[in-house]
Design a protein around this ligand. Structure first.
Ligand code: ZN
Length: 360
């Protein structure tokens, strides 16, 4: 039986059943030697391949056109079909493109444990029109209701990140009124979901936030993130330890700061970072935005060793992106994180209690 399965797999490969992950890498490689505008199209398609809803190989196999996939026009379709029909050796991705799951991969991982997604009661990082998102708070809440959530946290950028429309203390308090109104309306409609007040607190490399601490203490939960000096090659362990020790934060968001095919992210002695998170009972995030996937699966395995809490989020910038939770959930599942360590598996009351206790 085992034998048959094994040879079956090889036969499939021989016939060019390239996975979307292989296609993403081949597209990125081809872009490296291509001229404009092909270069741009290839790079974009490589990134989009991470999000395609099904394997391109299956689409070709069923006689459909690849142009139904985002980022694929007639030129890219011809390129991909050529690879599928004439397979050659598959390249190993360089670090800047390594350890990324495609959406198709996430579905295979999640299918092994059908109850896994149902245990996730909310999403803890997303943006709205208050900063650089495309949806209103009410629209994000509706999308959360559709996913069956108990809560979503609204984490617009804080004031220091001007490029992303960061909000001031005054705006945070205005936003509170809108959140209260949305929660009232959810309650009237008999919905279980509540919107939590949060923020993506911009941390400087010394781990300090850019907002008044009194204002932060009014929030339900706080995510702290680094957005500057993200290209250094020096060890950044101290920065992370300082960030975690910042009394205002519950969660260290997109810790590495990596972006697919663009930026490698920071270097640190991660075990030390996760050990401190465990000691302080804080959470580190698996940001499920497809070209972040940060923490990546290799680092989540280290976090598991430390036993620190894990936060799952989508970093959504619009209602349709809440499905990105499937990347974070698949990474956590694959890394073997038990539900007791995932803060999104807590009920709203438990979550709020933990968040308050940590910041006292
Ligand atoms: Zn961010």
């Amino acid at each position: 039986m085992l034998h048959a399965a094994k040879s079956n797999k090889r036969v499939k490969r021989d016939h060019g059943a390239l996975k979307n992950s292989d296609i993403a890498e081949l597209l990125a490689l081809k872009a490296e030697t291509a001229k404009m505008p092909a270069q741009k199209a290839l790079r974009r398609a490589s990134r989009r391949a991470l999000m395609w809803p099904e394997e391109a190989g299956d689409i070709v196999g069923s006689g459909r056109s690849l142009t139904e996939l985002t980022g694929v026009g007639p030129y890219i379709e011809r390129v991909i079909k050529d690879w599928i029909e004439k397979p050659s050796t598959l390249p190993t991705p360089p670090p800047v493109r390594r350890n990324f799951l495609t959406y198709a991969d996430t579905q295979v991982i999640l299918a092994k444990k059908p109850t896994w997604l149902m245990g996730i009661k909310g999403d803890l990082q997303m943006h709205t029109t208050w900063s650089d998102g495309e949806g209103t708070i009410a629209e994000m809440a509706d999308a959360g209701v559709e996913r069956g959530y108990e809560y979503i946290a609204i984490t617009d950028h804080s004031k220091g990140l001007k490029i992303a429309g960061g909000i001031t203390e005054e705006q945070v308090r205005e936003q509170a009124q809108e959140i209260a109104a949305v929660n009232d309306s959810l309650m009237r409609d008999g919905k279980r979901l509540r919107v939590l007040r949060s923020i993506e607190l911009n941390l400087n490399p010394r781990g300090e936030g850019d907002m008044d601490e009194n204002c932060l203490s009014e929030l339900d939960i706080v995510v702290g993130c680094f957005h500057s000096s993200l290209r250094g090659k020096q060890d950044q362990t101290e920065r992370y330890l300082a960030g975690l020790r910042n009394r205002s934060i519950n969660i260290l968001g997109h810790p590495r700061g990596r972006i697919y095919n663009f930026r490698l992210g920071l270097i640190a002695e991660w075990q030390k970072v996760f050990d401190l998170a465990a000691e302080l009972d804080k959470a580190v995030e698996i940001d499920g935005y497809p070209d972040r996937q940060d923490l990546s699966i290799d680092l989540v395995r280290l976090a598991k060793k430390s036993g620190c809490r894990i936060s799952l989020s989508t970093d959504s910038h619009g209602p349709s992106q809440l499905r990105f939770i499937e990347y974070s959930a698949a990474i956590a599942l694959k890394a073997g994180i038990p539900p007791e360590r995932i803060i999104n598996c807590m009920s709203r009351d438990e979550l709020l209690q933990w968040a308050r206790k940590i910041r006292q």
